[in-house]
Ligand binder design. Structure first.
Ligand code: PMM
Length: 281
């Protein structure tokens, strides 16, 4: 089926690629609405960068960035997720209208996270994670990466269930670029069906990431219009391939490019689409 397109709204001064362009609340809201107009099914609002080497942001600072944006976008009718590793931010975001909590640590960074989400009724993205961004590559050591990622995600699904979040409220994410180097990421993507076989819906985030830059070649690493276009085209391709491998959603910066690519893939296959509320058993 065609995956949902989750548009990224970074409200940070130092994200992977938006470089703080949308730090200002009004601009972030405008960016979110623009992504909806371009065909985003979901908006993922984050106030803390997770790029390799990034330092943590205090929850109050994070909430000051994301809550007004989430409230405005939810009021405008958008399906919103909050990209956070803090339980207090997750709860405040759901109160402000978020329907999904996207925790790149899979509930590991804040021990209060899963228990805090359980009573809210929100869905949760549990991403594969082996430790904080500041030293994530130190843990990029695997014997059989697909099996290890799947096993570690299975343990997070169990932890969610023990905290009162049933698997139909869970979305897993293999965490492309998180504690994984170059080729390891491609191995995980090649094994996506084994992650999907765990049961819950699967989200995939490759947008503008290093694995694409390394594959495209030298000039794609510079932040100029040409290279950004190349990375967005590459992202559109991985979005189609993720959908073909069973992904429920793809998390992207350039919604328009991915939406166009999915339209073409859709026409080719002629089958159905996921919906935001599709829940797996
Ligand atoms: N990647 C980033 C941030 N949040 N969330 C999920 N679920 N999956 C991802 O792959 C992911 C994420 C880092 O990218 P950004 O800083 O460019 O948004």
């Amino acid at each position: 089926m065609t995956p949902l397109v989750m548009g990224i709204v970074n409200v940070t001064p130092d994200s992977f690629s938006d470089g703080g362009r949308f730090l200002d609340t009004d601009r972030a809201i405008a960016r979110g609405l623009e992504l909806v107009a371009q065909g985003a099914d979901l908006l993922d609002v984050g106030g803390e960068s997770t790029r390799p080497g990034a330092q943590r942001v205090a929850p109050e600072v994070e909430q000051g960035r994301v809550i007004p944006v989430i409230r405005a976008l939810a009021q405008a009718g958008a399906a919103v997720s909050v990209d956070t590793m803090n339980a207090s931010t997750a709860v405040a975001a759901v109160e402000a209208g978020a329907r999904i909590v996207n925790d790149v640590s899979g509930g590991l960074a804040d021990p209060a996270m899963l228990a805090a989400i359980a009573p809210t009724g929100a869905d949760v993205v549990l991403q594969h994670w082996r430790g904080a961004s500041s030293d994530m590559y130190a843990r990029a050591d695997y014997d059989d990466i697909v099996r290890e990622v799947a096993d570690e995600l299975a343990r997070r699904i169990e932890a969610a269930s023990a905290a009162g979040i049933p698997s139909e409220r869970v979305i897993t994410d293999p965490g492309i670029g998180f504690g994984k180097r170059g080729e390891q990421n491609w191995q995980v993507l090649r094994g996506l069906d084994r992650i999907a076989a765990l049961g819950p819906r699967v989200l995939v985030g490759t947008s503008r990431k290093r694995l694409l830059v390394e594959t495209l070649g030298p000039d794609s690493d510079e932040v100029d219009t040409t290279s950004e276009r190349r990375r967005d085209l590459a992202t559109a391709v991985t979005s189609v391939l993720a959908g073909q491998a069973g992904a429920w959603g793809v998390r992207v910066h350039d919604v328009a490019a991915t939406r166009d690519a999915l339209r073409i893939a859709d026409a080719w296959r002629g089958d159905g689409r996921w919906t935001v509320s599709t829940r797996s058993a």
